[in-house]
Design a protein around this ligand. Structure first.
Ligand code: ZN
Length: 277
């Protein structure tokens, strides 16, 4: 029996030195879908170009990263947001967006990141797209934003590279639309594995955040099978069972909240988004 294909729920394919080689390596390793985030207009453009060349394999996220946004003036933020808004029909999700207090030292900068994040969540809600959230030194704040966003929009969010604490993993698991992803840190860090093992089974995803350097090497989507094997072992689950659970989780994260159906009933005037037409 063929094993269920895997997915990298958060990576930055446009930042890899040779994205084509890494996409091929991932496909060979059984990683058939990659949710590729962007951080600014240039990376949105590059990510959309990749998804055009690998339809159904590279699932593009459009976003303005908080560490980038905080250094832009108002005009550049507005231009980035309208660039993103104009291309939402081609997006699979909105990301990477969030709060990064490492890059926001003053209250003014933190307030600015919060205002921009709210704008981005509003755009995602109007387009009925799930959101991939980044947090650094702002884990609790991002969780609070996620809870409110899920309640107001009914759309799922992914708290990516979720390693904060077992307590926070349990708290986030109690909110139905919040997903959390574990990355290669589980391979070497028992505390990160303990957090991954505490995430509710139906809310877990896996990622690499490629090409973030890890253990002296750039992470790659082809690392996903190792991450999955390690988590299956820690959770005491057969790997096949974890694979199919991860696959179902990703389907729900990406598609459960869409207000349209890919097969509208006959006579429906509902218009299909371009990306699935
Ligand atoms: Zn990232």
């Amino acid at each position: 029996m063929q094993s269920t294909p895997l997915a990298d729920a958060h990576c930055h394919l446009d930042q890899l030195a040779d994205p084509d080689a890494d996409i091929q390596a991932a496909l060979t390793a059984g990683v058939t879908r990659m949710l590729s985030c962007s951080e600014d207009p240039d990376s949105m453009r590059a990510t959309l170009e990749l998804s055009g060349r690998y339809p159904g394999v590279v699932l593009p996220g459009l976003g303005l990263h908080p560490a980038v946004a905080v250094h832009l003036d108002d005009g550049a933020v507005d231009a980035s947001l309208s660039f993103l808004q104009d291309r939402l029909d081609s997006a699979a999700f909105v990301g990477e967006v969030g709060l990064d207090y490492l890059h926001a030292g003053t209250q003014l900068e933190r307030d600015r990141q919060n205002v921009i994040l709210k704008e981005l969540l509003g755009l995602a809600a109007r387009a009925r797209l799930p959101v991939c959230l980044h947090s650094r030194r702002a884990e609790r704040e991002v969780l609070e934003v996620a809870v409110v966003s899920c309640e107001e929009s009914g759309l799922p969010v992914l708290l990516h590279w979720f390693t904060h604490s077992v307590k926070l993993a349990r708290r986030a698991s109690s909110v139905p639309l919040i997903y959390m992803s574990a990355g290669p840190s589980v391979l070497h860090n028992p505390a990160a594995m303990a957090v991954a093992a505490a995430i509710a089974a139906e809310r877990l995803l896996v990622e690499t955040d490629a090409p973030v350097p890890f253990g002296g090497e750039s992470a790659r989507p082809a690392w996903i099978p190792r991450v999955v094997q390690a988590i299956a072992c820690a959770r005491g689950l057969p790997e096949g069972e974890l694979r199919s659970m991860l696959d179902q989780n990703l389907e729900r994260f990406l598609y459960s909240s869409r207000s349209w159906s890919p097969h509208p009933p006959s006579g429906s005037t509902h218009e299909m988004p371009a990306r699935f037409a």
